[in-house]
Every structure is written in C-alpha cells, then in structure tokens.
Design a binder for this molecule. Structure first.
Ligand SMILES: Cc1ncc(COP(=O)(O)O)c(C=O)c1O
Length: 442
C-alpha cells in the first residue's frame, strides 16, 4: 500500500488571479490533486470529458471487466489538449503577447494549436517532415489563423531544436509536450475523470508512455487519491526510454529507436516526468510493435474504433504483458486516434508477421521450365498462400533467386512448411526477422 498523504511540492509556475502567473520556483506546497482540480476547472468547456466505455472483447479475453477511456474522442483526437491548454491558460499578459511555440510529432501540436486559437494567442508549431499528413492537416485546421505550422527537420529532435531556438530568439513560451508540471497536471485530469466516471476505484489502470507526461499525471493523481490502484505504464519495445530511465535512475538517451509507435517513440524521458513516475510506484511494461498492430486491427474491426499506434498500446499489453486477475476492474487509456489511413497496410503486415502468419524466403530456382510448378506441388501446403513473388529471369546463370512471401493460416503451419522446404532439392533461405534484408521488406 502506498502512502496516500503525499503532498507534492510545486516549484513551477502556478495560476494567479485572472491568468497572471506567479513566479517560477515559488515555494509553496500544493497537492498534485489540487493542481489537477485547478486544471480541470480551466479545461471545463474547452476539453471534452471523454467517455469511459466497457469493452466486451477485452473483457472476454481477460476475464476482467475492461473499460476504455476514450481520449481518441477528445478535441484533436488525443488527450494532448489537456496539458497544453492548462499551461497556456496560466500565462501572464506579457507572456501571452510574446506567443507560444512547441515541437510536436503531431498530437501535441494539435493540442497547442487548439489551445492558442481558443485563448486568442499567437502560436507556432514545429513538426518534422516525418509527421503524417493527417496530423499536419489537423494542426492547421485546429489552429486556424492563430497558428503557423512549420514543417522542418528530419526527426522530432530536429523540430525540438528549432522550436527551442525560436523561443530563445523571440521570447515566445515553449510549451513542452511532457516535461512540464503544468502539462502533466493537465494530463492528470484524466485520472480525476476515471475515478468520477467509474464511481469506485478500478483495480488496475494501464497508461501508454512516451516521454512520461501522461503516466506522471495519471499515476501521481491516483497515488494521492487512491493509492491502492495499480498503475501500469506501457512502452513500445523499440522505444523503452522510461524502463531504461527507471533502471538507471536518470533519463537516458536511447541510441536506437523504432519510431513506428510515433506518439510514444521518445528517445529520452523528461526530467520532470521521471521523478514523478518513480515516486508514483507505477510499474512499467513493454509491448512488441507487432502486437500493437494486432490490437489496432481488433479495435478497428471488432470495436469500430480508430486508434493510432500509441492509442492502442495500453490495451495491446493486456493479458501477456499486463496480467490482470479475472473479475478485476481494469481501465485502459486509449490515448489517441490520429491514424493516417495510409498506415493500415503496414499495420496489417506487421500484425501478420507478429502472429507468425507471414514469412519471407529466398528460393534458388533452377532456370528451367517446371521449377516453379515443382515448388508449388512439393513445398506449399493446401492452405499456404503466396502473397509476394519477385523473380527476374537471367539467361547466363543456372539458378535464379526469387523472393517469396507466404501467408499461412495458423502459426502451427510454419514448422511443417519449413520441413518441406528443407526436404526439397531447392536451396531455400529464410529472410529472418531483425536482419537488414528483412527490414527492407517490412
Ligand atoms: C496518442 C498518444 N499516446 C501516448 C503518448 C505518450 O505520452 P507522454 O509523452 O506524455 O508519455 C503520446 C505522446 O505524444 C500520444 O500522442
């Protein structure tokens, strides 16, 4: 049982009367709950109080009572408005006049854009060129004339450097996506809503993690209000920066990053979010990107919910990574629904591979008539389906390699397929996951 009486010392800017901010570093003790309640008051009429919905599919597969907190239905289709608005609503007159700037992979920019437009502030949003078109268009639409969208740099880090440089040069307020206590308290309002909507505290709350702002907010609030709730943060396997930071005791810059779960693919967690997450006692888990894809497809096909990869992280982890006792009440935070439709092809592909249903091989075919027919007859089973075949006939060689993608109907079908391949006179090589050749394909 964790200590319910924790009071968090606030050393950052707090609200003043009429939105004037008090000095940064002011030494006054405010419980985090109070900060979240103040944020909720600011957000009233601006952000949606999103529904908490029971989910039959996840309840059936886990035996628990699973609820989804639908932040994909938030303004800007992710929870990001909460933190951005809570920060910007506290600026004083001089800060308001200087405007605001942020860097974003796409969702935070939408929150900042909408907050600027509704507060009548000038805003500037930096996104890297990798930000999907859907997110860029939404930032422009939500910000309207109040916001300038700057698409520059190859990575999020490039965009962040440009935004910081602009803030230093012009005096505009930099709005951090996760590493600011005001942002974090805004995200913490989700915790307040969950307790309120459910009526009784859940047993488990599962939260996706990028830089840790969302987890810091929700877990700190729950620690204060309901210390018996188990909070679990979930990171993508290829971007486990919070897991590493908790182990090392400090934020660590990840040398390699799989950016597929774009909202949560953060190289380094925050200096403000990390100690809050550590003090909250939240557990951390990682989930494979392929599993996230399968969950995105289930959300889409079974539940009719469009989730972006980061939005599907929490419910993807239920079962294997986050063990929930049957009969317990579980809330998964579905954090965002900004998925560019063009990504679904990759989502389907990654899901099939993760479920062991799709495999790639290099097959050396003798350059003679009938070779392909023999492969089909002797190697392929009745339910094995060729979904990719790339071959170029070359006249001056005895054999020619073909790249063959095969979809099988169940994971168990792989061993017999591989056994038939090994028994065949053809030279066949598996293109193994994790190799450079494989990354070229998937
Ligand atoms: C949809 C979505 N979920 C989760 C996260 C992770 O949040 P945080 O960086 O606060 O940990 C993000 C961050 O951008 C996001 O956009």
């Amino acid at each position: 049982m964790r200590d319910p009486s924790t009071t968090v010392r606030s050393t950052t800017q707090n609200e003043g009367v009429d939105g004037a901010s008090t000095a940064a570093g002011e030494d006054r003790s405010v419980s985090f709950t109070e900060e979240c309640l103040a944020a909720a008051a600011r957000l009233a009429g601006v952000a949606r109080r999103t529904p908490l919905e029971p989910n039959r599919r996840l309840s059936e597969t886990t035996g628990a009572q699973v609820w989804l907190k639908r932040e994909d239905l938030q303004v800007g289709r992710s929870y990001k408005l909460r933190g951005a608005f809570n920060l910007l609503a506290q600026l004083g007159a001089a800060e308001r006049a200087a405007g605001a700037v942020c860097a974003s992979a796409g969702n935070h920019g939408q929150g900042v854009a909408y907050a600027c437009a509704s507060l009548g502030l000038r805003g500037r949003v930096h996104v890297p060129r990798t930000t999907p078109r859907q997110k860029r268009e939404r930032i422009a639409a939500l910000g309207g004339h109040s916001v300038e969208l700057v698409v520059d740099g190859d990575t999020y880090d490039d965009a962040a450097a440009l935004a910081a440089e602009y803030a230093a040069r012009t005096g505009a307020t930099l709005v951090p996506a996760f590493d600011d206590r005001r942002t974090i308290a805004g995200q913490g309002t989700i915790g307040l809503e969950i307790l309120d909507e459910l009526g009784a505290p859940p047993d488990v709350v599962v939260v996706p993690v990028g830089g840790g702002g969302l987890l810091a907010g929700v877990a700190t609030l729950l620690r204060e209000r309901r210390p018996d709730v188990r909070v679990v943060g979930v990171e993508p396997k290829g971007a486990a920066s919070m897991t590493v930071a908790l182990r090392e005791g400090v934020p660590v810059l990840l040398p390699d990053l799989d950016s597929f779960v774009d909202g949560a693919a953060v190289r380094r967690v925050g200096d403000v979010s990390l100690p809050l997450v550590r003090a909250s006692g939240a557990e951390l888990r990682t989930v494979d990107e392929g599993r996230v894809c399968t969950e995105m497809l289930d959300l889409y096909q079974v539940d009719g919910i469009i989730a972006e990869p980061a939005g599907a992280l929490a419910s993807a982890a239920l079962g294997e990574e986050v063990d929930v006792p049957p009969g317990s009440t579980v809330v998964c935070l579905l954090s965002g629904g900004n998925n560019d439709v063009s990504r679904y092809a990759e989502v389907v592909e990654r899901s099939l591979v993760h479920r062991g249903l799709k495999h790639y091989f290099l097959v050396e075919f003798p350059q003679e008539p009938g070779a392909l027919r023999r492969f089909l007859d002797e190697v392929l089973g009745p339910d094995d389906d060729i979904v990719l075949f790339e071959y170029v006939k070359r006249d001056n060689r005895e054999t020619g390699p073909a790249l063959v993608g095969i979809e099988i109907s169940s994971r168990e079908g792989y061993e017999p397929l591989w056994a038939r391949m090994k028994a065949s006179p053809l030279r066949i090589q598996l293109v193994a996951p994790g190799t450079t050749a494989y990354r070229f394909l998937v």
